[in-house]
Design a binder for this molecule. Sequence first.
Ligand SMILES: Cc1cc2nc3c(=O)[nH]c(=O)nc-3n(C[C@H](O)[C@H](O)[C@H](O)COP(=O)(O)O)c2cc1C
Length: 345
Amino acid sequence: MYKKFIRPLFFLFQPEFIHKVTFKLLKFIFFIPGIKGLICAIFNKSTPALNRTVFGINFKNPVGLAAGFDKNAELFEELSAFGFGFIEIGTLTPEPQPGNPTPRVFRIQPDKGLINRMGFNNEGLKSAVKRLRNNKSKVIIGGNIGKNKITPNEDAISDYEKGFLALYDVVDYFVVNVSSPNTPNLRELQEKEPLKKLLSRLQELNSEKIQKKPILLKIAPDLTNEQLEDIIEIVFDTRIDGIVATNTTISREGLSINETEIDKMGAGGLSGSPLKDRSTEVIRYLSENSDNKIPIIGVGGIMTANDAIEKLEAGASLVQVYTGFIYEGPGIVKKINQELVKRKL
Ligand SMILES: Cc1cc2nc3c(=O)[nH]c(=O)nc-3n(C[C@H](O)[C@H](O)[C@H](O)COP(=O)(O)O)c2cc1C
């Protein structure tokens, strides 16, 4: 139904426009009495066999919605009805910011990919916190935090501190995003020293709380093996709780469309099918080189249940989808969960 009727209609419009329209539509639809129950009945797969406990949190199933889809925490309750085990909101920056000029998201349909250079467009921490305080659903929420574009890297820690403190009461776990290719110089924070400093500081704040919350680091797929080894060392040193692997890539490998078309789209991070193998490779490397001791959320190019299983077999404990949700539709969550149950994974 989605791929036959809804997707062709959606794909007639610019991605960001249709994203906004869908949000409005879903908000409206969910006002209809009984609709939430109906959607839950259609899209959920609930069984104890899918339950997972990872970094101290009990997830009803291991399939989550990746960051960037519900940046401002506007729709997490409605989205949770589609069967997600958890939803990551953000990336949120302390102050609202508009992001890059539009158009800034491009579909690469033949390859089931997207290129985006959103640039952390978001309404800032304050409005998201307000919405999250009214969270009536029981869905697990991850809070993905970043820095404002105008904040120089030397002062970045202060932006992440603000994110951590503001969201502490309203999210279940944190993701420190230093891997978006769309904020100038952000990824320099993945270097050993600044990263260690940043994560140590957040752990310091965390230990001042009565109950610590899990902190994960989201990394780029473009890191070298040497850099991945540094990441493993830092995760152990700072005792953060896990890694989200991976963000979008700056590489344009694996695309079937011609170079002129790719160039026309310009800069940005590539997601979807072309990212799948590299992201799995990163997960496997991290897992093998840490004796499987670091919980990993695997994300990047999951379009089918098999793609999700590949990530889990490579060492991920949980998975997330974004581009797969766009191309395959909301049924993707149930399909993955059904297959996991079938294969007793
Ligand atoms: C339009 C778009 C916006 C995104 N925004 C964010 C973001 O704000 N923060 C973040 O950590 N990741 C963001 N991502 C990256 C996704 O969370 C995910 O890591 C990446 O797309 C790979 O997964 P996928 O192939 O399933 O899409 C975004 C991805 C897309 C396509």
